[in-house]
Design a protein around this ligand. Sequence first.
Ligand SMILES: [Fe+2]
Length: 190
Amino acid sequence: MSYATFIDSWSVHYSRCIENQLDVVHVPFVHKTTIGAGNKTLVNGPVVVREGELLTFYVNNVVDDGKTSQLKATEITDYKNLFYLQFHYPNIWKNPISEKFQAFAAFVPVDDENTLIYLRNYQSFLKIPILKQIVNYVMKLTNIVILRQDKRIVITQLPKKSQVKMDERLIMGDKPIIEYRKHREELMKK
Ligand SMILES: [Fe+2]
């Protein structure tokens, strides 16, 4: 496995950075020109499973044809075949794209209003020296573009620190974020 790392500093509480990575609804809007291309604005579920400190959420975003309503998580029975993302408390995010290509992020709190994000892509499909470094470098540049699309939105979010109960309106698609907040609060009480 080889990898490329990108480290970025965000002036937000770490909970906001994490929630951004758990947010399946924003992808076709914020990342319209990159990973969210294809206008898949209808969010089925998502199915969220927490096993101890591991949160897995299965994503099934599709194009909205104006006639179909989204499926509830309980209506998605074959969710294990879907694309999924994982979060490991307290601060690790993983995107197992394929056996030979994975994305990883660590969210490191600096203080209540600043966080460092360590984003890394691992790949083993290309092993030839120099060529693999070039590909890793291109992956890193892609990551920078994607993460900057998120950053300019997330740094505007108020309040800076998220909580289970806030003045906001959450929807079904926000389930991974709701689950994240609930268990984070449980852990903080321990
Ligand atoms: Fe994003």
